[in-house]
Design a protein around this ligand. Structure first.
Ligand code: HPA
Length: 283
């Protein structure tokens, strides 16, 4: 393979950079995180539940992707929720922003190498299941990946994970059951379904929503799947939830704006935060 190809075409995981980042963070934190948490657009409420021990703006973490949006730098937060040590990503990196897949998933690699064995993710998503309404919550029980780039493409490091990872149960069914128990006790209805991850940034056309439903999707969004793939590759367990912020159902479809998505996510955020928190306590 020519040097040109290696330099310009292949985006491999930079293990040296990863280990440098992990060593630096390790030297600054007291307790190893058990759980990594990534919160989606408008779902930041769980941050208020963290007893914070340390936080690092992304620009102060070596090798971390740099945020392109001024004033929205984001930070990595270490602390406890209930009796669990957590590391939380406040502000995730989306593929549509222009990051490559190594950048989008680098924080998950960091969480993994710091010792987190479970990844909890959330997102805002468009609903395609006819039973869904705006504001409903869906536990992700499987996904379909139609991002144009795969986060594991390129050389594989067997010390990190296998070349061909199994994906028969990406979302831990045990945790789905536990979450359902918690929801029942709280009197909250949680749907379950398949999340389709794609690149955006356009919302889907009517024809696309129809197709995505036909191929098996209950919800669709522009995140999560790359992070989950990388988490599984590195041996983590995963739990994920979507807030349905708009509907891609023919009879109910309307013009969708980012503001409406955020509004719906904000409204549902406290309920989701309550379920995540209780799940953490019960683990
Ligand atoms: N499509 C894609 N991404 C989204 C949607 C949607 O309808 N809603 C929130 N994120």
């Amino acid at each position: 393979m020519s040097n040109y190809y290696l330099r310009h075409r292949m985006k491999n995981l930079n293990v040296e950079a990863l280990m440098e980042t992990v060593a630096l963070l390790n030297s600054k934190i007291e307790n190893k995180p058990q759980v990594g948490i990534i919160l989606g657009s408008g779902l930041g409420g769980l941050v208020d539940e963290v007893k914070i021990e340390a936080e690092f703006p992304y620009e102060q973490i070596p090798n971390f992707p740099v945020s392109t949006v001024k004033g929205h730098g984001g930070k990595l937060i270490f602390g406890t929720i209930g009796n669990k040590q957590v590391v939380m990503l406040s502000g995730r990196f989306h593929y549509y922003e222009g990051y490559n897949m190594q950048e989008v998933t680098f924080p998950v690699r960091v969480m993994q190498q710091l010792g987190a064995e479970l990844l909890m993710v959330s997102n805002a998503a468009g609903g395609m299941n006819k039973d869904f309404k705006v504001g409903d919550l869906m536990i992700i029980n499987d996904h379909i990946n139609i991002f144009p780039e795969h986060p594991l493409r390129g050389q594989n490091d067997e010390n990190i994970g296998p070349r061909f990872p199994d994906m028969t149960e990406p979302y831990e069914l045990d945790l789905v059951k536990k979450a359902q128990g918690i929801a029942k006790a709280k009197g909250v209805k949680l749907f379950e379904g398949v999340y389709i991850g794609l690149q955006g940034p356009t919302f889907e056309t009517r024809a696309e929503y129809g197709w995505l439903h036909t191929i098996g999707g209950d919800a669709v969004g522009m995140s999560t799947v790359p992070e989950v793939i990388v988490a599984k590759h590195g041996g983590m367990k995963v739990f994920g939830m979507s807030v349905i912020t708009d509907l891609g159902i023919r009879e109910e479809m309307n013009v969708i704006t980012h503001e409406e998505v955020l509004e719906a996510a904000n409204a549902a955020a406290p309920i989701m935060a309550g379920i995540f928190k209780e799940l953490l306590v019960q683990l």
